[in-house]
Write a protein that binds this ligand. Structure first.
Ligand SMILES: Cc1ncc(COP(=O)(O)O)c(C=O)c1O
Length: 419
């Protein structure tokens, strides 16, 4: 693990905060479904001199000189992304998932066009039409919902698409736990003459590991973040069919962004290289197993996971129904025992997003740390006891001790460095 000796000498205030964060990460379990621990190789790449270089444009077509090595790096990242996902075209420049989505929309749509995407309280992401976002000011978003059993009624979706005449049907989510039927969604898009796009940010690592079906063959455009289950640096990626390549590239640069973050692109290349290795498949498989065990254990405690269970890396719980406490209260209790999760709205949540009815729990990070089924059972027990504790300080401190002990058995970076 890096020592950061230069920062230590030069800037104690930032160094101290870094030390605090490193300790926080080591001594607690990260179960926010969108987080993970990158490898030391990815961390090293982020700290390279590629951060010094301006590389506006694309490999072989740059606006500034001195690009022989940036071209090598970006081409590597593109080729590996294409290989990893079997994509016809890849743009590795989006700074994050939100700009990747905005660039993708603008590549194929005109202001005022309609996008049919997943309702936000049913799992859709902010960038899929939250009124406070820029995309929602540019485009007209209409939401489709999940049914009471957690599935999507594709006949209803088709009827909605026929009524609303969207230019884009958008799939993808931040807090939905079931497998989507890509074939049905893209067939509906074709029927109504709309483009199809999947935002696979949450599940990209599971797709890369080939443990769940890939949306890439079906959709015109697939966007993703490169962090989360994919376990790369924080960043965005757009994959698309060859005929849309030019429009997508133009939408990213010069449409939305300036110079790419070349150190991050190097880190993306490194992470894609890791995801192409057989070990990553094992990791992805274990993520699915761990999530399933978490679901089953929570069921044993009569805490019913939403959407009828999970097919991916996370579960959603209605804490009001299961424990008589809000998502915010649940988040606080779990924070107190050293398990970090996030409060989350549930379908058609009667409460507001700052104090919603549920929580989202994900296993990608703890799986990277080496936790398997037996440890997930302990974690589930800790979660259940904490949520039913009523805040009893003795109970909380007892569970915190168990969590801390388990954390010490599974250090983050000793294990990760052997990847
Ligand atoms: C489905 C989905 N898309 C896009 C994003 C946005 O990614 P970023 O935070 O990198 O902008 C997220 C982030 O959580 C997400 O879950």
């Amino acid at each position: 693990m890096m020592k950061y000796n230069v920062i230590k000498k030069q800037d104690t205030r930032t160094y101290d905060a870094l030390q605090g964060e490193m300790k926080r990460q080591e001594e607690g379990f990260e179960m926010i479904a969108s987080e993970n621990y990158v490898s030391e190789a990815v961390l090293e790449a982020l700290g390279t001199v590629f951060t010094n270089k301006y590389s506006e444009g694309y490999p072989g077509r740059r606006y500034y000189g001195g690009q022989e090595f940036t071209d090598t790096i970006e081409t590597l990242a593109i080729d590996r992304a294409k290989k990893l996902f079997g994509a016809e075209h890849a743009n590795v420049q989006p700074h994050a998932g939100a700009p990747a989505n905005l660039a993708a929309y603008s590549a194929i749509l005109k202001p005022g066009d309609t996008i049919l995407g997943m309702d936000l309280s049913h799992g859709g992401h902010l960038t899929h039409g939250h009124p406070l976002t820029l995309p929602a000011q540019i485009y007209r978003f209409v939401g489709y919902k999940t049914e009471a059993d957690g599935t999507i009624d594709y006949k209803k979706l088709e009827a909605l698409a026929k009524a609303e005449k969207p230019k884009l049907i958008l799939a993808g989510f931040s807090s939905y736990t079931r497998q989507l039927d890509y074939e049905k969604i893209t067939a509906i898009a074709k029927k109504v003459g709309a483009y199809s796009m999947m935002d696979m940010a949450h599940i990209a690592g599971l797709v890369a590991g080939k443990v769940i079906p890939s949306p890439v063959p079906y959709f015109d455009i697939v966007t993703t973040t490169t962090h989360k289950t994919l376990r790369g640096p924080r960043g965005g990626l757009i994959l698309c069919k060859a005929p849309l390549a030019k429009a997508v590239d133009r939408a990213v640069f010069p449409g939305l962004q300036g110079g790419p973050l070349m150190n991050t692109i190097m880190a993306k290349a490194v992470a894609f290289g890791e995801a192409l290795k057989p070990e990553f498949k094992k990791y992805a498989k274990q993520v699915l197993k761990n999530a399933k065990v978490l679901e089953k254990e929570m069921r044993k405690y009569d805490a019913m996971p939403l959407f009828g269970g999970t097919d991916n890396h996370m579960i959603m719980l209605d804490t009001v129904k299961s424990y008589g406490i809000s998502g915010k209260e649940a988040e606080k209790l779990l924070d107190a025992i050293g398990i970090t999760i996030n409060k989350n709205v549930i379908p058609d949540d009667p409460r507001g997003p700052m104090d919603p009815s549920g929580i989202r729990i994900g296993v990608p990070a703890v799986t990277t740390r080496g936790l398997r089924e037996p440890e997930i059972k302990i974690i589930a027990q800790c979660i259940h006891y904490a949520l039913s504790s009523g805040g009893d300080t003795e109970v909380i401190s007892g569970i915190k001790g168990t969590v801390k002990k388990l954390c010490h058995t599974f250090p983050i970076y000793r294990r990760v460095s052997s990847r």
